[in-house]
Design a protein around this ligand. Structure first.
Ligand SMILES: [Zn+2]
Length: 311
């Protein structure tokens, strides 16, 4: 399995257009010791020919253009992008679907609840259904393993298992719709296994960009993975409140702060551990900061746009 991080920031990216926090100001001034980042986007492949996107970020057009493997290779209208796997219905995770509307056959995987929010309540997503066979939607349930296939049903060799993590739907979902949705279908993480000629090759990736809580079962599962791409949104619980003077805590927004993750996940032995979905206010983005040094000395990496690895 090949994994590419196309974007590693939380919603709003880094710098964020309306933010003048210490980090964002330093990037604009050219004095920041670290890198700007686009919104979180990961792409995976088994055969280096057909790719699956984990989420579809608002920065997707630029992220695709920056990635040669995702450019058309055969014919005038074609894309190596075979499908998209959605973890939630957050705008910074689904808006990019609208950027894939140019009649390319795609398969989109989502929970039934996320599919209903997008397709039944938001008519703009009808642009993915202008012609027959444009977009094939496949529902998945938490816990069940499913094969990642292209729009024609051809198996990629990648197996995905969804893990229910959060119960909160985005603020744009109407109260009426909310009453019809299953809480366990709101926000998921994925464990992705690579299979070659039908049997597991042993390579295993965890993609968990929003983790509101951790239990012992999940911890054990994470220790079976080769690579973790894990929620690095906020350093501390009151980060936004201290910067803005008001707002929600990290935990209220569905994110365990990094300073707690470093402690809770300290016992993991197997995986390479990478933070992504990093908010622009997070002090660990600054490579000269004590927070960055703490992350690195705890064996974690701060993910960057453009990173690639083979499992
Ligand atoms: Zn900022």
């Amino acid at each position: 399995m090949r994994v590419k991080i196309l974007g590693s920031a939380a919603g709003g990216a880094f710098p964020q257009w309306n933010c003048a926090c210490t980090n964002c100001r330093a990037v604009r001034a050219g004095t920041f010791r670290g890198k700007p980042r686009s919104q979180t986007q990961v792409a995976i492949t088994q055969d280096n020919r057909s790719w699956f996107l984990l989420g579809a970020s608002p920065d997707l057009r630029v992220q695709i253009e920056a990635t040669a493997e995702l450019h058309p290779h055969d014919g005038v209208r074609q894309s190596p992008i075979a499908g998209v796997v959605l973890a939630n219905a957050d705008l910074d995770h689904v808006l990019g679907l609208l950027l894939l509307r140019e009649l390319q056959p795609l398969r989109v995987y989502a929970t039934a609840s996320v599919r209903r929010i997008l397709r039944e309540d938001n008519s703009m997503f009808g642009m993915l259904h202008r012609i027959p066979d444009q977009t094939a939607w496949t529902d998945f349930a938490s816990g069940a393993q499913f094969h990642l296939c292209n729009a024609q049903g051809e198996d990629s060799g990648l197996r995905c298992q969804a893990w229910s993590l959060g119960i909160h739907y985005p603020a744009y979902v109407t109260p009426e719709r909310l009453s019809q949705l299953a809480p366990g279908e709101a926000s998921l993480g994925f464990i992705i296994d690579s299979h070659t000629t039908g049997s597991p090759s042993g390579a295993r990736l965890a993609y968990m960009p929003a983790v509101p809580q951790l239990d012992e079962t999940l911890l054990q599962l994470l220790d079976t993975c080769d690579v973790l791409l894990f929620d690095g949104t906020f350093w501390s619980d009151d980060e936004l409140i201290r910067i803005q003077g008001s707002g929600q805590t990290a935990r209220q927004m569905g994110h365990i702060p990094v300073e707690s993750i470093l402690i809770k996940l300290a016992g993991l032995r197997r995986p390479r551990k990478i933070f992504l979905h990093i908010n622009n206010t997070n002090p660990m983005l600054d490579e000269a900061s004590p927070e960055y040094r703490r992350v690195r000395s705890a064996g974690w990496e701060v993910g960057e746009d453009g990173w690639q690895f083979d499992l």
